[in-house]
Design a protein around this ligand. Structure first.
Ligand SMILES: Cc1cc2nc3c(=O)[nH]c(=O)nc-3n(C[C@H](O)[C@H](O)[C@H](O)COP(=O)(O)OP(=O)(O)OC[C@H]3O[C@@H](n4cnc5c(N)ncnc54)[C@H](O)[C@@H]3O)c2cc1C
Ligand code: SF4
Length: 334
């Protein structure tokens, strides 16, 4: 990678930072364009489990785009909509996985679209499972309740991989409905463990041509794992974004918005060292075939039940550790 500039970034708005998966870099860029009358395309839940690319033309629509949804997102009519926005002279930000960004670029090239007003943001991406696999797992993991929403990266317990699912549970007593937030992690959710293990991705993700230095976006954003916190002068507790500018356009946009937040220029090697997906695609684990064959032939029940058996002790230890941490926090506050 040469000619690129690499930054560690933390959004100065506490609300935006806490609702974002990394340091909230996406919101900083998207908000600045929306406030100037532009439009932003990003990925949102359109039902409790279904993710789609949606168009937002008002800052009030931004919250639904925030946060990583760890499943393949449906592009719907987004490509055609971007084309008509560009032809109408609107400023457009499109964000998505590198393969989505690359697909959009090819489409716009073929259509001869005017692209001066377009900013492409690609996210560092280690792969996506299919929507049907996600639906099957969520159906099993939330059986007996009505799932309302899933949030993969909830920061109430810090910047990490703890998520929160909100579900409506009907109690046997007077059939009362109770809305409950259920914390989940790879220790308690089969889906999340499979996602992080990387063994249920789409076949093409294991040969991803974008998992390296050649990026299709003007700007690349990700988690800045391994950032030198002291040198960057940023507090990691709320999350730190990695932002790499790949083109002169990306550079110009970042230069315009930099003053409004906390940006620290960092050596590109620091980002690459901390992030496998900037070096190579996820390796295809041998377990992938076995898992997906079992699911296709016999459904999700056996896989989920086996996971619960095999992780019973790990799950209990994780829950006990969380409870102890909570008690300690409570005692310190008192
Ligand atoms: C499937 C997936 C895998 C990822 N893998 C890595 C990784 O290996 N290493 C790494 O550093 N970062 C990875 N990320 C990116 C990271 O989790 C954050 O999304 C990114 O750093 C942006 O964070 P933010 O705080 O700036 O903004 P946020 O508000 O958290 O990010 C929202 C952005 O993510 C996009 N987005 C969310 N879900 C999807 C989706 N399903 N498909 C396409 N775009 C989506 C939105 O459109 C928006 O641009 C991954 C994200 C996803 C969705
Ligand atoms: S890993 Fe590559 S192919 Fe798979 S979703 Fe991400 S960008 Fe697309």
């Amino acid at each position: 990678m040469t000619g690129k500039v690499c930054y560690a970034v933390a959004n100065a708005s506490r609300d935006e930072l806490m609702a974002s998966s990394s340091g909230g870099a996406f919101s900083i860029i998207a908000r600045s364009v929306l406030e100037e009358g532009g439009v932003v395309y990003g990925h949102a839940f359109v039902s409790p489990t279904e993710v789609r690319c949606v168009r937002v033309d008002d800052p009030a629509g931004l919250p639904r785009l925030r946060g990583s949804k760890y499943v393949q997102s449906d592009m719907g009519t987004a490509m055609r909509d971007v084309l008509s926005d560009l032809r109408a002279g609107r400023r457009v930000v499109f964000s998505g996985t590198p393969c989505q960004v690359s697909g959009l670029s090819s489409f716009l090239r073929v259509k001869g679209a005017p692209t001066d007003g377009l900013l492409l943001i690609d996210i560092v991406c280690h792969g996506v499972p299919s929507q049907v696999f996600f639906d099957a797992c969520m159906g099993w993991e939330h059986r007996g309740s009505r799932l309302e929403s899933v949030r993969f990266r909830d920061k109430r317990e810090g910047w990490g991989t703890v998520g929160v699912a909100t579900a409506v549970i009907t109690t046997p007593v007077f059939h009362r409905s109770v809305v409950r937030d259920e914390v989940f992690s790879p220790e308690t959710s089969y889906y999340y463990e499979r996602f992080l293990a990387g063994d249920v991705y789409r076949e093409s993700c294991y040969r991803c041509p974008y998992a390296g230095g050649e990026r299709p976006g003007d700007v690349t954003i990700g988690d800045f794992w391994g950032v030198d916190q002291q040198a960057a002068g940023l507090d990691p507790r709320g999350g730190i974004s990695l932002v790499i500018t790949n083109t002169a356009r990306g550079d110009a946009v970042v230069r315009d918005i930099k003053e409004a937040s906390r940006w620290a220029e960092r050596p590109l090697g620091e980002a690459v060292a901390g992030n496998d997906q900037l070096r190579h695609p996820t390796q295809r684990p041998a377990a992938r075939d076995e898992i997906l064959e079992e699911w296709v032939e016999n459904g999700i029940d056996g896989l989920e039940e086996e996971y619960r058996r095999a992780t019973a002790w790990r799950r209990r230890a994780w829950l006990a550790k969380r409870a102890a941490k909570k008690m300690l926090k409570g005692a310190i506050r008192r």
